[in-house]
Write a protein that binds this ligand. Structure first.
Ligand code: HEC
Length: 126
């Protein structure tokens, strides 16, 4: 356990609370279970992208025990998108971010792959 909440986490928490204050109901246990079940099975349609996703991103982004936002959990991704924008999320992936290693542990992923993988995990595409 970390004794203090990091600046980035405080920011995210602020963003999440901001959303909740705008009238969004808190996530129920059923919703959470459905999101976890979906995260564990969903992969991109494109087989080349799917291979990269399964080799790199999936280990953390489909593991509910990890602090990574779950694949397909659009609410978790919305607060991040609002805080940093699509380009900010790309930069976080390239540079590494908190528990995430640089390049999301995918050294052979190109810029286009990262954009597609992020969009996929954020729930936009399949
Ligand atoms: C070793 C585990 C791990 C792997 C592998 C991993 N991630 Fe992450 N990722 C994380 C964690 C943990 C976070 C959340 C960090 C935080 O906010 O504390 C995260 C957050 C992110 C974010 C949000 C960054 C932000 O600014 O909020 C993006 C985008 C992302 N990951 C993309 C990817 C992509 C794309 C891949 C595969 C190419 C990948 N990740 C692989 C652990 C991982």
């Amino acid at each position: 356990m970390k004794p203090v909440i990091s600046g980035a986490k405080a920011l995210l928490l602020g963003a999440a609370l901001g959303l909740a204050a705008c009238g969004e109901a808190p996530q129920s246990a059923e919703e959470r279970a459905a999101i976890i079940a979906a995260a564990e099975t969903r992969v991109p349609d494109d087989p080349i992208l799917a291979e990269k996703y399964e080799r790199a991103c999936q280990a953390c982004h489909a593991d509910p025990e990890n602090t990574a936002p779950l694949s397909g959990d659009s609410r978790a991704w919305t607060s991040r998108l609002e805080a940093r924008g699509a380009d900010g999320l790309l930069q976080s992936t390239l540079n590494g971010f908190e528990g995430m290693p640089p390049l999301g542990a995918c050294p052979d992923c190109g810029m286009d792959d990262f954009k597609k993988l992020i969009a996929f995990m954020a729930g936009d595409t399949k």
